[in-house]
Design a protein around this ligand. Structure first.
Ligand code: ZN
Length: 187
């Protein structure tokens, strides 16, 4: 297939909610291949369809590390059906080249989705592992939510965006996340 251009923060498409996939047609399998080709070329852990300008509910993840090889995964019409715990970790995004900032995430998530063959699967990712965080990050893209909306310090995040010549934080998009805050304060 093809390596696509990854849209950068500031492109309106990244803020648009994506539509459900009704049938895993050739168009969707081609999209999945484009996502993988683009993600691997950019050395990303995950990539969501809106990042290559397609507002459909599809993302791919390859959370392999040197010590923990994993299969590349496709998520079509994903839904996070369970979430618990909280963790703060540095995150980045291919739509924000070089910019990293700490964000709040759930530690454990269970996601239900369809694979590239149209089969439904359930997947549990635990302990704030890379996969657990990537699922939340990519799933957000399908709702027009970006990782900086979860930042723990908006002033620090703004500085980082400025340094990398990206537009400032969207103040009206910042998330308050009282449940995650409470969980973090308990620890
Ligand atoms: Zn991203």
């Amino acid at each position: 297939m093809a390596v696509k251009k990854v849209l950068k923060y500031g492109e309106p498409t990244l803020r648009e909610p994506s539509k459900e996939v009704h049938k895993v047609s050739r168009k969707i399998t081609d999209l999945v291949q484009d996502l993988f080709d683009t993600m691997y070329t950019c050395n990303g852990v995950g990539l969501a369809a809106p990042q290559i300008g397609v507002n459909l509910r599809v993302f791919v993840i390859d959370a392999s590390t040197k010590n923990n090889p994993m299969k590349p995964m496709v998520f079509i019409n994903p839904k996070i059906i369970k979430k618990s715990g909280a963790i703060i970790e540095d995150e980045g995004c291919l739509s924000f080249p070089e910019a990293y900032t700490p964000v709040r995430r759930y530690k454990n998530v269970t996601v239900k989705a369809m694979d590239v063959n149209g089969r439904t699967f359930l997947l549990e990712a635990k302990d704030g592992c890379l996969l657990a965080r990537a699922i939340q990050h990519e799933n957000d893209h399908l709702d027009g939510v970006l990782f900086i909306d979860h930042c723990t310090n908006r002033f620090e995040a703004d500085e980082i965006l400025k340094k990398h010549k990206l537009p400032p934080i969207d103040e009206d998009k910042l998330l308050s996340e009282p449940d995650l805050e409470a969980e973090l304060n308990n620890d």
